[in-house]
Design a protein around this ligand. Sequence first.
Ligand code: CP
Ligand code: NVA
Length: 305
Amino acid sequence: MTKRDFLSLRDLSLAEARQVLALASTLKDEAKGSRLQTLAGKAVAVVMEKASTRTRVSFEVGVAQLGGHPVVLTTQGSQLGRGEPIADTARVLSRYCDAIVFRTFGTDRLLGMAKAASVPVVNALSDDGHPIQILCDMFTIEEALGRSVQGLQVAWIGDGSSNMARSFVEAAELFGFHLRVASPEGFLPPAEEMRRAVAIGCASFGGDARSAARGADVVNTDVWTSMGQEEENAKRVAAFAGWTVDDAMLAEVADHAIVLHCLPAHRGEEISDAVIEGARSRVWDQAENRLHVQKALLMFLMGAA
Ligand code: CP
Ligand code: NVA
């Protein structure tokens, strides 16, 4: 059987994504103490080349809850920090583990891991995408609004060139909602990705933040400076001045609109304290749902669903 990776939203059909979200719903409904043993006897490597709180803990706890054994490796605590090639790491981990969850920098490293590994590889964030977060966010949107995400108007306000925004564009195509991306000049997704989304009709790009938010069912934002871009921080803070998602910006959203942020947040930069703590915010459910959806995805990829 060919192994199944999850490197981007394109690695799932809509039917498969729906299967994973439905399974996540069942897992979430289980009492907190109850445990399936679907990954009993299996080990999952969680390899982190960048910092992580939510992704690391939710995968580690999720694998344990399913009866599996999670093994967390960080750059500094492993031979990756001393330059061991990704392909060698992939082949060795595949001899011990049944899946690899990988957070890294460039797509070359992600693809290098997936190509050399003989077990499923899950993208746990790279410079170019954060698909697992967005898959989980589909669950949170549908849970919060009590309806399918298909046909919704979703606003992305802030860094449209970020990993989060680019995976959101892929989600719009897969799940059939409309994404409006509003970003300061120079911070939209790569031209080819925009062309494709515009041709399909699943996203529009440009314009001001208030227009993007007008009538939206969901508003998303993320940090202005992503991991790996720290040297650009001063330039980015200046370029994004005035783009804070605050109550004024949200004045004309739909009455039922919710606000999401994958966290960690820089309050006062991309989002105001009042909004993240406000009635529309679903960020804590969003963080919790990482656990349920990721457990479901691992079960699906590892043939245990
Ligand atoms: N949202 C998210 O991926 O958080 P961490 O960086 O803490 O894993
Ligand atoms: N865009 C952010 C997401 C963090 C979860 C980053 O890459 O740092």
